[in-house]
Design a protein. Structure first.
Length: 299
């Protein structure tokens, strides 16, 4: 699949409204924080769409049926009184499990440094980052094996992989229907609940199974509170997860709280993702940012 272009013109009928820890060390986010049952496409019936837990368990499958979508992400991190927000925007192909996001980092606390956007390519089992900086040549990509990450790439790149975000809901243990509301001009159902990452891993697709299992072990707790907003076809329009993990301090103190939000819209959008060739992947040492440790790039 490396180097291969994926371009899909999906069904026009599906329309809608409109930090890194690389092996525990790339740490984009922490450095900035100063770390310091119907057929496919059928409508979900009823005011609440049926049993909330069952509806949320199949939300990821509804996205696969939709084919693709545009995505916006926001990741807010709070640690030691410091709060930062990292934003991303791009597209995702739920059938091929391929996506591309442009992630924008916040300014330095003094407001004097403007970070270049990081281009991220999402693929089963891998995260590719360009403009990672910290000694990586401009024409090279950093590749990270997502199942080697203690957070399973739910936090690593400053954006949660949209399909991984959906598959977390496969681990829903408790959920309630809050009510109907409107999101960007679309009627949606609001659900609130808690998912278990270990359970989500057992029900996840092959590409996310190991990564979610790693997150279940790596986070401070495997229990993930969430708010999810689904349209009448059962597709996720917005999902917000709240994760907690230790920031790696030697004394074991310092929990980082993360609120990760994924917005999906324009279902059926064309997606074109070209994964890097082997020669385009950086294999050297990645210099550490303040608060980070260096890491080796991987082929």
């Amino acid at each position: 699949m490396v180097g291969r272009e994926r371009e899909r013109e999906l069904r026009s009928g599906w329309t809608g409204g409109g930090p890194a820890l690389a092996g525990g060390a790339v740490c984009v986010c922490l450095a900035l924080a100063g770390c310091s049952g119907s057929g496919q496409g059928a409508s979900v019936q009823g005011a609440g769409g049926g049993d909330p837990v069952a509806v949320l368990h199949r939300a990821a499958d509804r996205l696969v049926a939709a084919g693709s979508a545009k995505a916006r992400t926001a990741m807010q991190m709070a640690s030691g009184g410091t709060r930062v927000t990292i934003r991303g925007e791009g597209v995702y192909d739920f059938e091929e499990r391929l996506g591309q996001l442009k992630v924008r980092l916040p300014q330095d606390p003094a407001g004097t440094s403007e970070h270049r956007p990081i281009t991220e390519l999402l693929a089963p089992g891998a995260l590719f980052m360009k403009n990672r900086g910290a000694g990586v040549p401009d024409d090279k990509w950093v590749r990270v094996e997502t199942d080697s990450l203690s957070d399973g790439n739910l936090v690593t790149g400053g954006a949660t992989d949209p399909f991984a975000a959906a598959e977390v809901l496969r681990g829903t243990r408790t959920a309630t229907f809050v009510g109907r509301t409107e999101l960007a001009g679309t009627e949606v159902r609001h659900y609130r609940g808690t998912a278990d990452l270990a359970r989500a891993a057992r029900g996840a697709s092959a590409g996310n199974r190991k990564a979610l299992a790693a997150a279940a072990q790596g986070f401070a707790t495997a229990q993930v509170p969430f708010d999810a907003y689904l349209d009448d076809q059962g597709r996720i329009r917005k999902v917000r997860h709240r994760f907690s993990f230790a920031n790696g301090q030697e004394d074991g103190t310092g929990i980082v709280d993360v609120a990760s939000t994924t917005l999906l819209y324009d279902f059926g959008a064309a997606v074109r993702v070209r994964l890097p060739e082997d020669q385009d992947i950086y294999a050297g040492k990645i210099a550490a940012e303040p608060g980070e440790r260096g890491v080796d790039g991987k082929d």
